[in-house]
Design a protein around this ligand. Structure first.
Ligand code: FAD
Length: 412
């Protein structure tokens, strides 16, 4: 049995490890075009700020360690150029020697992930404008901070990565501005909950420029300022582009594999694609929203690991199923934990639910005990059934506990 895996981060390594645990004899080859595999994307902001000390702390396994631990042929700096499903083969290039070769597989798992959206905004080629996706991106960012001593960071995009990096840049001693085209930060929350995060960011001296897109980057050789659509000039000698990611589906699409309505690779619960013996998992693949039953694309490491394990199990003859997601997520933004699960009220309405909302402002523990902190909770119910279909919780302490309970309740 020959198993090929394209991509070596969360989904790819989870799939490879699971396949090896199930089948000691199979030949397993993992192709990765980058030089690193098996790292914690989620840890990159903390590596940059040095809250997590050292690059090696975000690398779960080096390619050599992973190869040895699981007896897998790890081919880093090898890019797969083409999938030929008709003769079950891959064309791949060794990026160091430029040699192109062919590999015949019995089962293939595509875990090509996602890439940052890099909009062609005038001036984007200036120095010190960077995305953040890989450890190499984080190295670049860290080098700029360590060697070029920037003073002012501008983050374009107020999603999860943008706001985690606001904290990271502050930790690294930079002034921080966030430019966001939408009226509020964190579109995964309702406006009211986003406003709580906005107040906190302002308390932490983050300059929020909302409801305003970027029209150009200006500077001589390196970026010096960001000019917005309304004409504001935001000074910055380091820019993080964090306006979102898109699934890497080119290889799959060219091989005739069906994409779903979200634009990611369509898969069933076994992680099978439309082509026989080809599976897909992680940020390149769709999932299912467990509440609406609709295809969903929510690129998170937690889902990538689960889908990867499911694919690894099934290519070795197993019967695992990944039923879907509740879009549960939690992030730390300075002193706040910000979490959500299920549907927002607006999403519930779009999906035909008659929703009822409950808002609770409370505290995290009994009042007689010191160090009380505020908790803001918003729950969304289906009026017909009284079932909980969504929730968001924000607070300094205890938000994680509440969102875990609520997501478990919804799932059940
Ligand atoms: P990827 O990590 O994108 O890996 C895909 C790999 O495939 C890449 O290394 C790519 O080089 C390789 N590849 C693509 N095409 C080819 C080809 N043709 N040939 C060879 N190799 C190829 N998730 C959470 O759940 N919680 C968090 O708190 C969180 N925080 C994050 C913070 C940051 C700063 C970032 C960047 C991400 C964060 N994420 C978080 C998201 C998480 O990192 C991703 O969801 C996860 O990495 C997805 O794993 P993946 O294996 O599907 O894809």
């Amino acid at each position: 049995m020959k198993i090929a895996i394209i991509g070596g981060v969360a989904a790819g390594t989870s799939a490879a490890a699971k396949a090896r645990r199930n089948n000691k004899e199979a030949e397993i080859v993992l192709f990765e075009r980058d030089s690193d595999i098996s790292y914690a994307g989620c840890g990159l902001p903390y590596y940059i700020s040095e809250v997590t000390e050292g690059r090696e702390k975000v690398i779960i396994n080096t390619p050599e360690e992973f190869a040895k631990k699981y007896n897998i042929d790890v081919k880093t700096e090898h890019e797969v150029l083409e999938i030929k499903s008709e003769d079950k083969s891959l064309k791949y290039e060794d990026l160091k020697s430029n040699n192109v070769n062919k590999y015949n597989y019995d089962k293939l798992i595509i875990t090509t992930g996602a890439s940052p959206i890099m909009p062609p905004i005038p001036g984007y080629e200036l120095d010190n404008i960077v995305p953040l996706r890989t450890v190499n991106d984080a190295d670049k960012m860290k080098n700029i901070i360590d060697e070029k001593n920037p003073e002012k960071a501008v983050i374009v995009g107020a999603g999860l990565i943008g706001l985690e990096m606001a904290e990271s840049f502050k930790e690294a001693g930079l002034e921080v501005a966030v430019v966001e085209k939408l009226p509020h930060v964190l579109p995964i929350l309702s406006d009211e909950m986003s406003e709580i995060v906005e107040d906190h960011l302002r308390e932490k001296d983050v300059n929020l420029v909302l409801n305003d897109g970027v029209s150009k980057f200006a500077g001589e050789g390196k970026v010096e300022k960001v000019v917005t659509e309304s004409g504001k000039e935001v000074e910055g000698d380091l820019v993080l582009l964090a306006i979102g990611v898109k699934p890497n589906v080119k290889l799959a699409k060219e091989a005739g594999i069906e994409l779903g309505e979200t634009g990611a690779i369509a898969v069933n619960e076994k992680m099978e694609t439309s082509e026989k013996d080809i599976y897909a998992a992680g940020d390149c693949a769709e999932s299912k929203d467990l509440i609406t039953g609709n295809p969903a694309w929510v690129p998170l490491g937690s889902t990538a690991n689960k889908q990867g394990r499911t694919a690894g199990e099934n290519v070795t003859g197993g019967k695992a199923r990944h039923k879907g997601i509740l879009k549960t997520g939690i992030t730390k933004i300075f002193d706040l934990a910000v979490s959500r699960t299920g549907l927002l009220a607006s999403e519930a309405r779009e999906n035909g639910f008659e929703d009822k909302e409950v808002k609770i402002k409370g505290v995290d523990h009994a009042g007689y005990y010191p160090n009380l902190s505020r908790l803001h909770l918003k729950g969304v119910f289906d009026k017909d059934t009284n079932k909980i279909i969504g929730a968001a919780v924000i607070g300094e302490n205890g938000a994680d506990k509440r969102i875990d309970v609520l997501s478990t309740a919804i799932y059940s």
